[in-house]
Design a protein around this ligand. Structure first.
Ligand SMILES: *Cc1c(COP(=O)(O)O)cnc(C)c1O
Length: 402
């Protein structure tokens, strides 16, 4: 969690700028705010890193992906292809804009595959909500070919992939709109926050209004603004934006250190037979927040997890049993347990979420163990960790005594 590893005077300075004026609201109050516009600066910094034409900061990555869908015209009854491996917010966003999730297979990139999409696409499919997982990126050339062939809208949840790119284009910028999360567990944190990016002016205008009760944000008198559309409150506060700004400025350094540490870890672990790694569709664009390691099969991965726990090696995720990231544990989605009726419950879904057949995704996530890369590691620490991981994996892969 690099963002949370580096918190210091830079973050405090940006917060204090806001505290000096007391204007915690991102809009208006032009006189009192003394030229302090942290949300705008945060957006400019994200745009600088990604090359996005438009960046719009919001209250969370969840509200940013929901807004990306809505601003791209995805709503009630639209079928949206989603992956079974993602932070659950992606699926919630699709459901809460009224759309119908349709699950498709991922592959060794940990993201939706072109084959996976082809297997479930129908004339009713409206969009793909692609998720770039674990700091890496999807295989965009293949995906864009199938998306274009079927005339689908592409929206990207790059919640975990800020600063990752594919052949020079940053995640989030391949389709109509994309989103990044700046929650406490991402490459950079705002405490809570998210940023929507797009190169499409109309989508940006939609997002800007949708995330603030439909306001057009023209002029300096909020009470007299027009409301071109209906919206809701997904605003970020200036205090959160201030932290997000300072953290985003650190991202180029974080990525450089992440890559250095991940490269060394990868180099040492590749010497152990049986260990392999998730496929990076463009290795040069990795944000390197995770080392994603494959064991030969699910049983070997489970035994490796046991060995890692026995050896006291922390800092890893075994998503196969994790409550938040893989469909196996999403009982509330499988049973559609809700407080009030959602469109999917009235309209029905083309899939029974309790009986999805996704063997490829099961196989990939079953053998995946992800280690969070720390930006503050010393070389000795990386070498020592790599040694321990290799030992645990070797023990787990050795012939098992019945
Ligand atoms: C973290 C994350 C989100 C949600 O972000 P929040 O800021 O916590 O709301 C959405 N999608 C993915 C893929 C994420 O990893």
């Amino acid at each position: 969690m690099p963002g949370t590893e580096l918190f210091g005077n830079e973050e405090r300075k940006e917060i204090n700028d806001v505290l000096e004026t007391g204007i915690l609201f991102r809009y208006n109050h032009d006189q009192q705010r003394n030229g302090i516009w942290k949300a705008r600066e945060f957006e400019a910094e994200v745009a600088k890193i990604t090359g996005a034409k438009y960046a719009h900061a919001m209250s969370s990555g969840s509200t940013a992906i929901a807004t990306a869908l809505a601003a791209s015209g995805i709503g009630t009854g639209d079928e949206v292809i989603v992956p079974p491996f993602t932070y659950i917010a992606t699926i919630e966003a699709v459901l809460f804009v009224g759309a119908i999730p349709v699950f498709a297979e991922i592959d060794e990139t940990l993201c939706l595959s072109a084959e996976g999409i082809k297997a479930v696409v129908t004339p009713r499919t409206k969009a793909v909500c692609l998720v770039h997982m674990c700091g890496g990126m999807a295989d965009m050339d293949a995906l864009i070919a199938v998306i274009n062939e079927h005339n689908l809208v592409l929206v990207e949840d790059a919640g975990q992939a800020f600063a990752a790119s594919y052949k020079g284009t940053y995640t989030g910028l391949f389709g109509k709109a994309g989103s990044y999360s700046f929650d406490f567990f991402k490459i950079a944190t705002a405490g809570e926050g998210g940023v929507l990016v797009t190169n499409d002016e109309a989508v940006y205008r939609n997002a800007d209004s949708y995330s603030d009760h439909g306001h057009d944000h023209i002029g300096s008198n909020r009470g007299m603004e027009q409301h071109p559309i209906l919206g809701f409150n997904y605003r970020i506060s200036e205090l959160h934006a201030a932290v997000g700004l300072a953290q985003t400025r650190r991202v180029p350094h974080i990525v450089e250190m992440n890559r250095k540490n991940k490269n060394l870890l990868t180099e040492i672990l590749s010497q152990t037979e049986g260990i392999s790694f998730a496929r990076l569709a463009d290795p040069s664009g990795d944000s390197a927040t995770f080392l994603n390691m494959f064991l030969p099969d699910t049983e070997a991965a489970k035994r490796t997890v046991d060995e890692l726990n026995k050896a006291g090696v922390g800092g890893f995720n075994y998503w196969y049993v994790n409550m938040y990231h893989f469909i196996n544990q999403w009982d509330h989605i499988k049973e559609l347990r809700t407080t009030s009726k959602l469109p999917v419950q009235l309209l029905g879904a083309p899939q029974n979420y309790a009986e999805l057949d996704l063997p490829k995704s099961q196989e990939v996530i079953g053998r995946l163990i992800s280690f969070g890369i720390r930006v503050t590691w010393t070389e000795d620490e990386v070498r020592s960790l790599a040694g321990k991981i290799a030992e645990c994996a070797k023990r787990a892969m050795a012939p098992q005594v019945a």
